[in-house]
Design a protein around this ligand. Structure first.
Ligand code: ADP
Ligand code: ZN
Ligand code: MG
Length: 485
């Protein structure tokens, strides 16, 4: 029997507010332990939470961007559990009346061939169950020697939780969905998207069922996947494990599991029997959150063009393919750069090739972001113009670009200063070629008697004498003409 996986994700994203969700403490990362705290986020008796409007606005943006309905009234609830880094003994979250629900996103996703390429790109729609607001807990630090410390700087930092419908059907779809969420949050400028630092975290729920079946199997939940790669690997492992259990005649047990990167395995953390009963009830210290339709419209107007919209527009405006536009739209700064350079040069194809080739390579090499680039889009357009006019060859253009990047000067200045112009003057080249042919009579003979491959040898000689500056197309033409028997 063949099986298919069913996957749903629960994603926590830290919102980029200045202050915490229910108090005015700073959310700055890396402050002295327990420095950013007050009676509210320490959970001291009698301290009252006050809702941060900026967090609400950001959460609404996320909800709208993910196609959700924003509830005109939502309710905060206490989620009760005991944990040393949770000073109140409960977390303020939302439960049966979340801020946003019933959304959907449509994105480009593919299939992985073995461990290699992604093929069969297609549009697919995935349901979003809900987006709700909640506060983060603190952080326990287990020191060597057995002592545990707690840092409550993170306690009360605003989070949104995004829950997907169980619509994902492969680890690749989960990966594509997760990167889509990250891109969307970055475009909205409401989360820094840093998975390593924990600003974006993912729990993956997965079950399997026989292909063709319309009922779901029992799911397991893999907690705290803090990279896209781990998400994919953990799912692949877990899917195979469940298939194996069923094939051996066993049953999948509903449980929470963790990914062990060292062992490349998931392992059971707790079973359903040990699962928490959170005893949710409405938070008595906060009024229901009411959003007027005017307020909602104001926020809707602040939503920028989103990655998929940008991708479609790049396809129609600049004649890029879906996949090309996808790679440009992955990063907003990159896409802005592309558009500015494409407009300045009138040659989007050349800009695309340049950005995906040399530009990407240099940015990766130096671990830099394109937004801090010393080469403006207009200057890249300037270089492409020189290339187009034949002033520089494509090989020289690479060197010129590297120098533009190092010095911040324009292409034209560098070419003039360093005498890097391409030699496209036939008379000048002919003199040179005549000399070369004269000093290589045997090669000339051989060429004329049929060894056409020697053309490359002559081209090479010309290039050597001009330090690579001769126009290769012209050199080829001239040589062929002169070597005609
Ligand atoms: P729970 O009550 O265990 O928290 P939920 O119904 O709230 O489960 O779903 C939590 C997440 O698990 C959602 O992302 C949902 O899409 C996903 N999910 C639910 N049922 C299944 C299933 N049978 N297989 C895989 N994922 C599932
Ligand atoms: Zn505080
Ligand atoms: Mg749930």
């Amino acid at each position: 029997m063949e099986f298919e996986p069913v996957i749903g994700l629960e994603v926590h994203a830290q919102l980029l507010t200045q202050s915490k969700i229910f108090c005015s403490c700073s959310t700055r990362f890396g402050a002295r332990p327990n420095f950013n705290t007050c009676p509210v986020c320490l959970g001291l008796p009698g301290a009252l939470p006050v809702l941060n409007e900026a967090a609400v606005t950001m959460a609404i943006k996320a909800g709208l961007a993910l196609g959700c309905r924003i509830n005109s009234q939502s309710v905060f609830a206490r989620k009760n559990y005991f944990y040393p880094d949770l000073p109140k003994g409960y977390q303020i979250s939302q439960y049966d009346r979340p801020l946003a629900e019933r959304g959907a996103v449509t994105l480009l996703t593919g299939e992985r061939q073995g461990t290699g390429n992604i093929v069969n790109y297609r549009q697919k729609k995935f349901g979003i169950t809900r987006v709700h607001l909640e506060e983060d807990a603190g952080k326990s630090i287990h020191a060597t020697g057995g002592d545990t410390y707690v840092n409550l700087n993170r306690s009360g930092v605003p989070l949104i939780e995004i829950v997907s419908e169980p619509d994902l059907r492969s680890s690749q779809e989960a990966y594509d969905f997760m990167t889509y969420l990250r891109r969307t949050l970055l475009y909205l400028e409401i989360c820094d998207g840093n998975m390593e630092e924990g600003s974006l975290r993912c729990d993956a729920n997965v079950s399997i069922r026989p292909i063709g079946s319309s009922v779901f199997g029992t799911k397991t939940e893999i907690k705290n996947l803090n990279s896209f790669r781990f998400l994919q690997k953990a799912l692949d492992y877990e899917i195979e494990r469940q298939v194996d259990v069923i094939r051996r005649g066993g049953i999948v047990v509903q449980e929470t599991r963790l990914w062990d990167e060292q062992a490349q395995k998931t392992f059971a953390m707790r079973s359903k029997e040990e699962a928490h009963d959170y005893r949710y009830f409405p938070e008595p210290d906060l009024l229901p959150l009411t959003i007027s339709s005017e307020h909602l419209e104001t926020i809707r107007r602040e939503i920028p063009e989103l990655p998929e919209q940008k991708r479609e527009r790049l396809v129609s405006t600049y004649k890029l393919t879906d996949e090309e536009a996808f790679s440009v739209a992955q990063n907003k700064a990159f896409a802005d750069y592309f558009e500015d350079a494409a407009k300045a040069s009138g040659n989007p194809r050349a800009v695309f090739n340049w950005m995906m080739g040399d530009w990407m390579r240099i940015l990766k090499r130096d671990e830099r972001d394109i937004s801090e680039s010393p080469v403006s889009p207009e200057r890249l357009a300037g270089l492409l113009a020189l290339l187009d006019q034949g002033t520089v060859s494509s090989k020289m253009a690479k060197d010129v670009f590297e120098r533009m990047y190092q010095t911040g000067l324009e292409a034209e200045k560098i070419v003039l200063q360093e005498g890097m112009q391409q030699i496209s003057n036939s008379a000048q080249l002919e003199v040179l070629i005549d000399g070369i042919l004269q000093s290589n009579p045997r090669e000339v003979e051989a060429y004329k008697s049929g060894k056409q491959g020697l053309l490359a040898f002559f081209v090479g000689q010309v290039m050597k004498e001009t330090r690579g500056q001769a126009n290769p197309k012209l050199v080829n033409q001239l040589l062929k003409a002169k070597l005609q028997p």
